[in-house]
Design a protein around this ligand. Sequence first.
Ligand code: NAP
Length: 316
Amino acid sequence: MIFLLGASGYIGGAFASELQRRNIGFVPLARKQVDYARFDLLLEYLRANRPSFVINAAGHTGKPNVDACELDKAGTLAGNALLPQTIAHACAAANLPWGHVSSGCIFNGAKISEPGRVRVEKDMTQPELHALAEQKSPAILGFTENDAPNFSFRDGPCSFYSGSKALGEEAIAGIGQSYIWRLRIPFDEFDNQRNYLSKVQRYAKVYDNVNSISHRADFVKACLDTWERRAPFGIYNVTNPGYVTTRHVVKQIEKFLKPARRFEFWENDAEFYKLAAKTPRSNCVMDVSKLLATGVQMRGVEEALEDSLKNWKLEN
Ligand SMILES: NC(=O)c1ccc[n+]([C@@H]2O[C@H](COP(=O)([O-])OP(=O)(O)OC[C@H]3O[C@@H](n4cnc5c(N)ncnc54)[C@H](OP(=O)(O)O)[C@@H]3O)[C@@H](O)[C@H]2O)c1
């Protein structure tokens, strides 16, 4: 029996569906049922019921976007830093393994391979770097699990949301038996205000950058596979291998969905941050070789993107 925290959420719902599909028994633990943010109550519940594994898909995301977290910093810290710390200690005290949904948004940019060195570049909107990304140049490398977050309170500027997610990872590190699964910009075939492909279609103007992204069902399957395969505990970047530019995503939307609208892009970062966004946004390329080396499979980002658009289902 698995305990699933945050089952009512966008990501928790996908875990619930996949657990059902696999015929794995689970309890969707709601805050109203057990206040799992309280160490004493959570530990008592874990000791009394002894799940085989705990999944934390609960957390505080800004709605409609991360700017909202700037207005509720206490809530953001509670959901993204204190809650995982509490769960980590309770699971360690009960000697239970668990997995935590973190985010790739604690990184910004990519690593660029140049003769004799690899350097970190935070701004991939520079024309020559963007062109390299469009060509899928092998010179563009992703951040690995060994890289320190560079979009965090320790290495700013960052959004409060990203800072809180990085703190959450720090709070868990080295405690008990845990997986940290880094999700990045979820998307799939189901039109939804939380789906990246829906968001891109609804923006008045689109912000162009370079990102690794995670197909939602692929993500939860890969997370559960790490546990089922008993992959070593630790951090895993869980994105579909590769990366996309937003311009490319728009081209694919135009190709497969043939929308009536024409897409316009923000001229540059200055215009975007002046008119459309309040807090800095993370845009980053992730390296998933550690995940793939465990034998967990994750299809490439192009395939997942095309498949989602070919099977696009409008929200009712
Ligand atoms: N969606 C994304 O774009 C994205 C990207 C990367 C990482 N993540 C991470 O994935 C996790 C789940 O995100 P989501 O998009 O599924 O979020 P969501 O749809 O807003 O769902 C949040 C879930 O967390 C629960 N929760 C427990 N404590 C909470 C608290 N203090 N504040 C807010 N919610 C709390 C909620 O329970 P109630 O039903 O009781 O409210 C709900 O089940 C989060 O850790 C998030 O940081 C999300």
